[in-house]
Design a protein around this ligand. Structure first.
Ligand code: ASP
Length: 344
């Protein structure tokens, strides 16, 4: 149910949804917010107060960095009391990273923060942008008995509402660009929006929104492949200032048992570098110790990322390292589900 004094803030960061073809280069470039609104006159039919803040300059999300997450988090904090819900228009390329980062950065969230975008610009005939925008606004405005239907950081895309930190952009062409392999949809979007209440997190008691703005970007991804050389692993693990590594291992968290590999990992851990083990598989979980090929990792102090996505692992590591707690605390927090990014 929505009320007609509902107010929604749209934060337009950029992305295909608002792009137009550059007449000179022929490439897609960001365009202003009025252009988006003009394409969707239906928005007036909601009867909501819809206000917007557009980034200047607008950004293709491939150019994004943690400063942009801080800016979005601060905008939400500054406007939190004034609005019932927030819709963030964002490029699809790194939307799952931003949704994951914001889920960690916004603490005690009681209002919807819905990210969306599109595969085709909103000015094109077959655009998916209109539907995504309209649905995102409807969900951001949805309340029942004074409680937001989805008080989480989410992604709306095509016919699904996802917990943001469970998503991955899995298709560069289809309108169904996102998927959540390890967690159910928060809603199915069809003729009706059918909320999956048991999958949505509802806060137990009202608290003030707090934001964390310290993200430590001194991390790397180490993706294993058969034949990976010591030089490559050494180069990554000896990066100056490195604090943490998301290691994309095989299957249930397995890695080579070659002594050089295990020793290199151990040396990094002894130097204080956190190694967070996640699987290269889209679905399923790391289970360290299940195979001999992961037991050694466990023994040298690698932390299991269980069923976390790469996007959530990267942003969670930046977030926790930003807290500057000791190595044991860091490991404890990585092991814990902070915002529903890990299954229990
Ligand atoms: N490159 C665009 C972006 O991420 C792609 C998109 O929006 O779909 O900003």
């Amino acid at each position: 149910m929505t009320t007609n004094n509902t107010s929604i803030l749209l934060i337009y960061t950029g992305g295909t949804i608002g792009m137009v073809n550059d007449p000179v280069s022929g490439s897609l470039i960001p365009f202003d917010f009025d252009h988006i609104i003009k394409q969707v006159p239906e928005l007036n039919e909601f009867g909501y107060e819809l206000n917007s803040i557009a980034f200047d300059p607008l950004i293709d999300s491939s150019n994004l960095n943690p400063e942009v997450w801080v800016k979005i988090a601060e905008l939400i904090k500054e406007n939190y009391e004034r609005y019932d819900g927030f819709v963030v228009l964002h490029g699809t390329d790194t939307m799952s990273f931003s949704a994951s980062a914001l889920s960690f950065m916004l603490d005690n969230l009681q209002k919807p923060v819905i990210l969306t975008g599109s595969q085709l610009p909103i000015g094109t005939l077959r655009t998916d942008g209109k539907e995504n925008l309209i649905t995102a606004i409807e969900i951001a405005a949805a309340y029942k008995n004074g409680q937001a239907m989805v008080p989480e950081v989410c992604i709306v895309f095509e016919n699904q509402l996802f917990r943001g930190n469970r998503t991955t952009k899995h298709n560069a062409e289809h309108f169904n660009a996102f998927y959540s392999y390890n967690y159910p949809d928060l809603a199915k979007i069809g003729i009706n929006i059918n909320y999956n209440y048991s999958a949505i997190h509802y806060p137990s008691q009202p608290r003030n929104l707090e934001i964390s703005t310290q993200m430590n970007p001194n991390i790397a991804i180490l993706k294993l492949f058969p034949g990976i050389t010591k030089q490559v692993v050494d180069a990554i693990l000896n990066t100056e200032g490195l604090k943490g590594v998301v290691m994309e291992s095989y299957g249930a968290g397995n890695a080579p048992t070659d002594p050089w590999f295990i020793n290199t990992i151990k040396e990094a851990i002894d130097k204080g570098i956190i190694i967070y083990n996640i699987t290269q598989c889209a679905a399923g979980s790391v289970k360290m110790g299940l195979y001999e090929t992961s037991l050694e990792l466990l023994n040298v102090g690698v932390v299991s990322g269980r069923d976390i996505t790469t996007e959530a692992a990267i942003t969670k590591l930046m977030f926790i390292l930003g807290k500057k707690v000791n190595q044991e605390q860091t490991k404890l927090l990585l092991n814990k589900s902070l915002k529903g990014e890990l299954s229990q």
